[in-house]
Write a protein that binds this ligand. Sequence first.
Ligand SMILES: [Zn+2]
Length: 70
Amino acid sequence: MKNAQCKKCLKKFNEKDIYTIQQFQYRKIPSYKWTLEYFRKSNIGEWDSFCEQCLTQYAKESIKAWNESK
Ligand SMILES: [Zn+2]
């Protein structure tokens, strides 16, 4: 049953396929603290649900922003 919805693209998908920005706490760089702050500016919190595609997109965007902030 597709009862989860991606906050970004609004696509519906299975609850077991939910991705959140909590995934990013396993990245070495940037720090999770930086990451949370970055997403907070876009009104995205740790409990927001995203599909895999959108989270991958956010991963790229945040790395790019971090690189440009150095
Ligand atoms: Zn999505």
